[in-house]
Ligand binder design. Structure first.
Ligand code: SAM
Length: 284
C-alpha cells in the first residue's frame, strides 16, 4: 500500500510525440525500461481507479484533452494530482501513439510496479496458490492472473525466468486483476525451498500425471498448484517436490491443453468447495 505523503503533482499540456516525457513513457514498452524505472503503463478509467483504491501509486496520468470537462475524468485527475502524480493533457491521437492503440482509452497511467514479497508468503489452510514455471506467453500470464482473481486464489508465484507481468499486453489481459492478486517471483531453488516447507499439498499438473485432476481432496489445504512451461512442461526438479501429479483427461488429437485453460480447469476444481452459486429465483 502506497501511503507516502507527497507534494501535489502538476498539470502539463503536451502536443508532440517528440516531447522527452512522451518518449520516456513510450519506452515502457521495453522490459528493461520498466525494470530500470520500476514503472509500467496501465490504460482505462476503471482500471486506474481500481488500482488507486487498492493502494497502487500513479506516477503520471495521461488524459485525452477532449475529456476536459468530463466530471469523472476530472475527478480522477484531481485525485492523482493530490496524490503527487503529474497529469499530462494530450491530444487523443498522441494518447493513441503512447498506448499504441488506434482507439485509445480516455486515460492511461504510468504506475509504480509492485511484487509480493516471497518471504511473506504465509499460506492459510484454505488458500490455493498458483506457481507458474517459466511462463513465456504474456496473454497466458494475464489470463491466469485474471482467473486467479475470479476463482479467489491467494496469489501467483512466478518461478524462474518468466514473461513480465507488467508488460502492457499482460496488464491488458488481466483486465485489472493485476491490482488485486499478489504476484511474487522467485528463482527455482528458492521455490524448491518454499515447496519443501509447504504446510499442505503440492499439486503438480503433468501430461503423465497418474491422478485425475478431480480426485484430490482440495479442502485439505493449503494447496500449491504447480503449472509447467508452455513448451517443456514441468522439469524433474519441480516434479520431485510435488505430493501429487494430476492430469486432465483428453479425448481428441491435441497433445495438451493451453496453459491458461489447464490452470483455469484445475484452479476451479481446487476452489470448488469454497465457491458456489447461490440458488436464485426465476430468471428475469
Ligand atoms: N509439451 C509440454 C509437455 O510435454 O508437458 C506441454 C506443456 S502444456 C502446453 C503446459 C502446461 O499446461 C503443462 O506443463 C501442464 O502444467 C498444463 N497442462 C496442459 N494440458 C494438461 C493436461 N491434460 N493435464 C495436466 N496438465 C496439463
Amino acid at each position: 500500500m502506497d501511503t507516502a505523503a507527497r507534494a501535489p503533482g502538476r498539470v502539463k499540456e503536451i502536443t508532440s510525440a517528440a516531447n522527452p516525457i512522451v518518449k520516456q513513457i513510450r519506452l515502457l514498452e521495453k522490459k528493461r525500461h520498466r525494470e530500470e524505472t520500476d514503472s509500467f503503463l496501465a490504460e482505462g478509467m476503471k482500471l486506474i481507479i481500481d488500482a488507486l483504491d487498492a493502494g497502487w501509486r500513479v506516477r503520471t496520468l495521461i488524459q485525452a484533452r477532449s475529456q476536459r470537462g468530463n466530471d469523472r475524468v476530472e475527478a480522477l485527475a484531481a485525485r492523482c494530482v493530490a496524490a503527487g502524480a503529474d497529469v499530462l493533457l494530450v491530444p487523443e491521437k498522441l494518447l493513441g501513439t503512447i498506448t499504441r492503440r488506434d482507439n485509445p482509452q480516455m486515460v492511461a497511467a504510468v504506475m509504480q510496479r509492485r511484487f509480493a514479497d516471497p518471504r511473506r508468503i504465509d499460506p492459510a489452510p484454505g488458500d490455493v496458490w498458483i506457481a507458474l514455471d517459466r511462463v513465456r506467453d504474456p496473454g497466458n500470464l494475464g489470463t491466469i492472473i485474471r482467473t486467479a482473481d475470479a476463482a479467489g486464489a491467494a496469489g501467483v508465484i512466478l518461478v524462474g525466468e518468466t514473461t513480465d507481468p507488467f508488460a502492457t499486453e499482460t496488464v491488458r489481459a488481466t483486465m485489472g486483476s493485476i491490482f488485486a492478486v499478489p504476484v511474487a517471483r522467485m528463482r527455482q531453488d528458492a521455490f524448491i525451498a518454499l515447496a519443501r516447507n509447504w504446510p499442505g499439498q503440492i499439486v503438480g499438473t503433468h501430461l503423465e500425471g497418474a491422478v485425475d485432476y478431480r480426485a484430490p481432496d482440495y479442502a485439505d489445504g493449503p494447496i500449491l498448484l504447480l503449472m509447467g512451461n508452455e513448451q517443456a512442461g514441468l522439469p524433474a526438479a519441480l516434479v520431485e517436490v510435488c505430493t501429487t501429479l494430476i492430469r486432465i483427461p483428453q479425448a481428441g488429437r491435441a497433445d495438451s491443453l493451453n496453459l491458461a485453460v489447464a490452470t483455469a480447469i484445475c484452479l476451479y476444481e481446487a476452489r470448488r468447495h469454497a465457491l458456489a452459486v447461490e440458488p436464485a429465483g426465476a430468471l428475469p
